[in-house]
Design a binder for this molecule. Structure first.
Ligand code: SF4
Length: 242
């Protein structure tokens, strides 16, 4: 299928999403933070995952929550204990911000993490991705959770020629928002599935188009198929002419 035969916009988005969710239901990893909707537990996982691989985070996540089971426990802890629990994960600044956040939320909000993206973003160490992730993974709000994995997947599938820069990012953000129009489990699973595809199949280093569930609607895969068909035709012509 050539790039021109891929339908555009809403219909392509629907096909993309249908294929993505079907794949995620069958192949998504059973990660512990996907089994909970507790905002504090999800927040801890997202902060840990900011600069650390999933395989390393799992053990630390369980151990950290065993020491500080609630936001209030974390808020009460001495900085040295938080540092100790984080030791080995690196980028200690994340833990310091998490600790500050816990103290602020206990002091100002009776220990309840806010639900909306703007309120979450106002907390220490919370950027747009983490705010979207907590809003959609804990509260199932229709907020996009856009990290570099998601940007990469959306760019390759929908806009491979999009220029880098703020305008391009805004376009991808709008696309991510269009993919999560509904609240509830739909927002949760769409964001999880997008990230999972970027982590397992369409990675920064390799594109596994041969086993990718969205290959039939992907513009990058279509242009690669077009390029290899052109090469094959050129090869058979040159053989014919000898
Ligand atoms: S088909 Fe290839 S380029 Fe497209 S999303 Fe899948 S792995 Fe990425």
């Amino acid at each position: 299928m050539g790039i021109k035969s891929i339908p555009d916009d809403a219909s392509r988005r629907r096909r993309f999403k249908r294929r993505l969710l079907r794949w995620f239901r069958a192949h998504g990893r059973d990660l512990p933070w996907r089994r909970t909707r507790d905002p504090y537990r999800i927040l801890v996982s997202e902060v840990m995952l900011q600069q650390t691989q999933v395989a390393r985070v799992e053990g630390y996540w369980h151990a950290f929550l065993a020491r500080f089971p609630t936001l209030a426990d974390l808020a009460r802890a001495r900085p040295a204990r938080v540092r100790e629990a984080w030791a080995g994960l690196g980028y200690y600044r994340r833990a310091a911000n998490l600790h500050r956040l816990a103290r602020e939320v206990v002091r100002d909000r009776a220990g309840h993490l806010p639900r909306t993206v703007p309120e979450l973003r106002a907390l220490p160490g919370i950027g747009p991705y983490t705010a979207g992730a907590v809003a959609s993974f804990a509260y199932e709000l229709n907020a996009p959770a856009i990290d570099t994995n998601v940007h990469r997947v959306l760019r390759r599938v929908f806009h491979p020629r999009l220029r880098a820069g703020a305008a391009g990012m805004r376009r991808l953000d709008a696309l991510a928002r269009a993919l999560v129009p509904r609240r509830g489990a739909d927002a949760w699973i769409t964001n999880q599935a997008l990230m999972e595809l970027g982590a397992l199949v369409c990675t920064a280093r390799v594109m596994h188009c041969d086993r990718c569930p969205v290959a039939p609607v992907c513009r990058t895969a279509a242009s690669q198929r077009g390029a290899s068909a052109t090469r094959a035709t050129a090869r058979s012509r040159s053989r014919g002419s000898t």
